[in-house]
Design a protein. Structure first.
Length: 534
């Protein structure tokens, strides 16, 4: 295959495998990845295909292209065939649990940052400030917040000829916290006890773009011990305000403070008001952009972790459907979010077939955690030979004893080879029993597990004839909403069952009914057909 050499702004793949990291430079296109020894990046893992994926450069954009791999390619947790890549995108191949590849520009590395911040700067103050702002914008693209703030302090101290500089940023609670501090020698400062906090408060409350004050005069009434001890004469406080968007609020929200001070009284001959105004405005924009970049990175990492959690849940809840002479089981489940609170299980013993369908209250991670725990708990009790009421009772006591404010609805069906079936319903949607040309609702009812510690549970018996089937489902099916907000409903489901629709056909009809409306709940369907099944 013909390859093309890329421009000099080479791109990197950062391979992160446990605690080890290594870089692979993408210097040509296509850049090949796979298990085969002739690939540009060799990943010797069993779930990686010999020729798994490529990174191609097309019309100024990098793309990840899956090469027909057996186990798939993922970008930020989503399966892809061809996907445009952005800086910091996370690539996983074959599995969401394996090593990750982070896509990034070579200029994003620490060495590039260091070079940019320490290269020779212009002579004039105005040019130097312009250079810094331009450099900071570039660094902001990769979230180098600390480097930006350090350089901001260094430039500001050079322009104003003061001895110390600090940047305070607001935390989520709205309190100012020391982020970075430096002295004239470039040494880190981590103690803010010797600064003029009254000047900071004055800057926050003032409509001015900056405050310059002689602290010995300003605090002559009751100077603090630290001010007297350190003989601070000049303090410059520059509020870093979010850019205002409305005429009614000309002053934007304060994001932080740039604080500068000196033991010498400064005449500020080397810096005028326009430069301080420029610092105030541009530095605020940089801080705001850095905060947005940090929030975006946090969201990206959350999505990555959620994708990993979804993969783990999928692995834990993978159910191998057994092949039996006397029954057939089909099941399908779709979570409405990345991970769900529904689960099903199919268990065989020497004497019976057990199926379980459960729906944990709530959605997302908390529901998934309890769902995974319950699946293992119920599975173990079935293998231990406990009766259905005992399983429900002990499961209920377990959840109630944890005080987690969660509960679950649950259906367990036990079928033996002669067609005798026992079922137990703990607050779940009532299953449907399809016989010949009619469907019957199985009406056994108990409290959900996890509500009342001393709840009593009972089961009921039915006899299933060959060709008959039992459908167990969660309310995500019947309560699926159309774009007009109307439920799919029991009647539609019973009509489909009456017509002999398979669970996959039922899912298709639910999807068609929802059209463009989003799913509001997990959907699970499980069918047990006894004897001769078409």
């Amino acid at each position: 295959m013909k390859t093309s050499v890329l421009p000099t702004f080479n791109t990197l793949l950062l391979l992160i495998d446990g605690s080890t990291q290594r870089e692979a430079v993408i210097a040509h296109s296509p850049f090949t990845i796979g298990r085969s020894p002739d690939k540009d990046l060799i990943l010797p893992y069993p779930y990686i295909s010999r020729s798994h994926a490529e990174i191609v450069f097309d019309a100024g954009q990098f793309y990840l292209v899956d090469c027909g791999s057996k186990s798939g390619s993922f970008v930020n947790g989503e399966p892809v065939l061809r996907q445009a890549l952005m800086p910091n995108d996370v690539i996983r191949l074959g599995t969401l649990q394996g090593p990750l590849l982070r896509f990034c520009k070579q200029e994003d590395t620490t060495s590039a940052l260091s070079g940019l911040l320490h290269q020779e700067m212009p002579e004039s103050d105005l040019e130097k400030l312009s250079w810094f702002l331009d450099a900071a914008r570039k660094l902001n693209l990769v979230g180098a917040v600390h480097e930006i703030l350090v350089s901001l302090i260094e430039i500001a101290m050079h322009l104003t000829q003061v001895e110390r500089g600090y940047v305070f940023l607001k935390d989520p609670a709205g309190n100012l916290q020391l982020s970075v501090g430096r002295n004239i020698q470039g040494e880190p400062l981590q103690d803010d006890s010797t600064i003029s906090h009254s000047a900071i408060q004055q800057a926050i409350q003032s409509a001015s773009e900056f405050i310059v004050t002689d602290t010995l005069s300003a605090e002559a009434g009751s100077p603090s011990a630290s001010i007297v001890a350190h003989s601070l004469r000049t303090v410059i406080c520059i509020p870093l305000r979010k850019r205002s968007t409305g005429s009614e609020t000309p002053l934007g929200e304060v994001l932080g403070i740039l604080y500068l001070d000196s033991r010498q009284r400064q005449t500020l001959m080397r810096v005028d008001g326009d430069l301080l105004k420029t610092i105030a405005m541009e530095a605020a924009v940089l801080v705001e952009n850095a905060s947005l970049a940090s929030a975006e990175e946090s969201a990206r990492r959350y999505r990555e972790e959620l994708a990993i959690a979804a993969g783990i849940q999928q692995g834990l809840m993978t159910v191998r459907i057994p092949e039996l002479d006397y029954a057939r089981v089909l099941a399908h489940s779709i979570p409405c979010k990345e991970i769900g609170g529904d689960f099903y299980d199919v268990i065989t013993t020497e004497s019976a077939l057990y199926v379980v369908v459960a729906d944990v209250s709530g959605k997302g991670v908390s529901a998934a955690l309890l769902g995974s725990t319950l699946q293992g708990l119920v599975h173990a009790q079935i293998l231990a030979g406990l009766s259905l009421p005992q399983i429900a009772m002990f499961t209920n006591q377990y959840i109630c004893g944890k005080s987690i404010s969660k509960y679950a609805t649950l259906v367990i069906l036990k079928l033996i080879p002669n067609g005798t079936a026992e079922y137990l319903n703990c607050g779940h949607v009532q299953p449907l029993w399809h016989r010949a040309d009619q469907s019957t609702v199985l009406t056994n009812g108990n409290l959900p597990v996890g509500l009342i510690p001393d709840a009593i549970y009972t089961s009921e018996m039915i006899h299933i004839e060959p060709g008959e089937r039992v459908l167990v489902f969660t309310d995500g099916v019947t309560e699926a909403e159309s774009p007009l907000g109307e439920f799919f409903g029991d009647a539609r489901l019973e009509s489909l069952v009456q017509k002999g629709a398979s669970i996959h056909e039922i899912f298709q009809q639910v999807q068609l009914y929802m059209d463009t409306a989003p799913a509001n709940d997990d959907c699970t369907l499980l069918e047990v057909c006894y004897g001769r099944c078409s």
